[in-house]
Write a protein that binds this ligand. Sequence first.
Ligand SMILES: NC(=O)c1ccc[n+]([C@@H]2O[C@H](COP(=O)([O-])OP(=O)(O)OC[C@H]3O[C@@H](n4cnc5c(N)ncnc54)[C@H](O)[C@@H]3O)[C@@H](O)[C@H]2O)c1
Ligand SMILES: N[C@H](CO)Cc1c[nH]c[nH+]1
Ligand SMILES: [Zn+2]
Length: 433
Amino acid sequence: MLRIITQQADVRAELQRICDRTHDEQVLHKEATVREVLQAVKRQGDKAVLHYTAEFDKQTLKAEELRVTGSELDAAYQQVSKELLGAIRLACRQIEAFHRQRVPKSWVHFGDDEVVLGKRYTPVDRAGLYVPGGRAAYPSTVLMNAIPAHVAAVPHVVMVTPPGPGGAINPAVLVAAQEAGVQEIYRIGGAQAIAALAYGTETIPKVDVITGPGNIYVTLAKKLVYGTVGIDSLAGPSEVLVIADETANPVHVAADLLAQAEHDPMAAAILLTTDAALAKNVQLALERQLVDHPRRIDTEKAIAHYGLIVLVESLEAAAELSNEFAPEHLELEIKDPWALLPQIRHAGAIFLGYSTPEAVGDYLAGPNHTLPTSGAARYASALGVETFLKHSSIIQYSQTALQNVASAIDVLATAEGLPSHADSVRRRIQQED
Ligand SMILES: NC(=O)c1ccc[n+]([C@@H]2O[C@H](COP(=O)([O-])OP(=O)(O)OC[C@H]3O[C@@H](n4cnc5c(N)ncnc54)[C@H](O)[C@@H]3O)[C@@H](O)[C@H]2O)c1
Ligand SMILES: N[C@H](CO)Cc1c[nH]c[nH+]1
Ligand SMILES: [Zn+2]
């Protein structure tokens, strides 16, 4: 049963508990497991990857079987329906069109003061894409990761995804990877896959940046390898926060809450509403929709632990609570969503109005569905082309320009107690050796 609580009670504490669910004390033992996996893969390479694949994915593989072969890739096209291929291609076009807008461009400015300044964008050499596969297959996530990498012109794109029975990978995932230009695919998942991409093994190449969402093990592993490699963001167990008024349809709101809860027992689904009748009706609708839900057990777990309906006094109060939670997905199911939008400061993606279920963003609206969770939307954003780019600053001074700033640099370097800094400028001005 989805609990209903009122604003005055311990709403803030409850929302904080749900937000913190991937970094609270209860996950410490999972972090210990992840640390062990990272260390083992770093030291033992493929041997450890194969060991943990057997332990956690229940698949016994040999090192030479880790890479998906050309014949498997070809066969995948025969295993997907025409409709599915058509939908993948539509999603590809829309995601690419969105990501090609406002790609950061290199620039150089030649100033009148004989100073040249600029920024030069270059892609990483190697990207590693994590595509989840424990509880569901995610061809959409392949596209959301691979297309921005392609638009950023990353020369080498590697993908990992957990093996299913017999080591098989879902054919739709393999088709999506080919449509989006992935070059190498390895059948590994979880923390061992993140470790392999971060440190490299005999079989799996080390990459420069790891992107993609995943469950708690994947997210903790990404957090721990950050620094050895770059990451996109902490895109962990899914979450949705819906702000709804009395005009919202309770059946639709319940369906949207379940659409995120069904991802993972650690997913979060929250409704903030000004209307007590809506709260009750969403609760009832959700119960009904859960009755013959194919993923009922996990979905009920998510709803029981991380599901919540909060009755709020006003939409402004709802916006403030939402900002504190910083949800991955925020739906505004209210009469005038554009009027509330200026009050929203932190959210991975915002869905406006009754006809915009979060699922359109998951699949094909165009914006990326790999989004920060557990409060990370306070400081991080959706995966994008820029995730695969970095920029170098460009600086050139003429002799005259250097003379103009020499004394200021001298003063600053002296204040910092760094005489060679001052000297490196002074020698040029004085034309000494
Ligand atoms: N935030 C986002 O942008 C976003 C997008 C899509 C999906 N998601 C999330 O991705 C996740 C997908 O999760 P999933 O489980 O289906 O697939 P997954 O690929 O993320 O995780 C499966 C892996 O977890 C590892 N694992 C499972 N149990 C373990 C244990 N007890 N100890 C150590 N390792 C273990 C296994 O190695 C397995 O390969 C969900 O949480 C979903 O909500 C998030
Ligand atoms: N809602 C997920 C992000 O939290 C993305 C997704 C992929 N497929 C379905 N949903
Ligand atoms: Zn989803």
